[in-house]
Write a protein that binds this ligand. Structure first.
Ligand code: 5RP
Length: 222
């Protein structure tokens, strides 16, 4: 199977998992990226079975609306039962690197609110130790040089993502060669750097369920 077919398979598996658990008041949190896009397309088949969605990016909001799925502001909703999103890397403990698409801040917020975070990923994303994928951090533009120096102190190599502005009007720095053998510790260190809005480590709040697309089928890891 191609990587794209594996993404479609896990997106379908996520819809199969949540659809029977939705009711007319349910709000679904929806992530960003190509895997999440397949999820949106399949979720649209069930739009009469739930109330609407909260989007983790402008792009996701547009795609949801194009299917006629109502999109709510997070502040206007009570609970979010499920948040479904892809990842750039996951380890066995379902700690993740996210933000390849630059939507990490809103993704982390919606994941924090949701009762159940379901990660959908093809098998290329599964690693023993996080960090081969450069770790994205969203940064307030005026803090770019300061944050770069702090990242070097932490042992990483900061690379400014040229020509990219987040939905929140900020920039992204991708951190290469960072030692992420202790993901929670590194997430907290980066949380303490003034000027970083959000880092792409999802370790303090990992996924609850991973649907991993493999050539032998979709594996469920909890
Ligand atoms: C966006 C993300 C995505 O979930 C991540 O980049 C995976 O994307 P894809 O499903 O296209 O492989 O974190 O900010």
């Amino acid at each position: 199977m191609t990587q794209d077919e594996l993404k479609q398979a896990v997106a379908r598996a996520a819809v199969d998992y949540i659809a029977p658990r939705l009711d007319s008041r349910s709000i679904v949190g929806v992530g960003t990226g190509s895997t999440a896009n397949y999820f949106i397309d399949y979720l649209a088949e069930y739009q009469s079975d739930f109330d609407g969605a909260v989007a983790s990016s402008e792009a996701t909001a547009e795609r949801l609306k194009s299917h006629g799925i109502p999109v709510y502001d997070l502040n206007a909703v009570g609970e979010i039962e499920f948040y479904v999103d892809g990842a750039d890397e996951t380890n066995e403990r379902l700690e993740l690197i996210k933000g390849g698409g630059g939507a990490l801040t809103r993704e982390k917020i919606v994941a924090a609110v949701a009762k159940t975070f379901i990660c959908i990923a093809d098998e290329s994303k599964k690693v023993d130790i996080l960090g081969d994928f450069p770790l994205p951090v969203e940064v307030i533009p005026m803090a770019r040089s300061h944050v770069g120096r702090e990242i070097v102190k932490l042992g990483g190599d900061p690379v400014y993502r040229e020509g990219f502005t987040t939905d929140n009007g900020n920039i992204i720095i991708d951190i290469h060669n960072l030692d992420i053998s202790r993901p929670i510790v590194m997430e907290e260190k980066l949380n303490n750097v003034v000027g970083i809005v959000t880092n792409g480590l999802f370790a303090r709040r990992p996924a609850d369920l991973l649907l991993l697309g493999t050539s032998d089928g979709v594996r469920t890891i909890e």
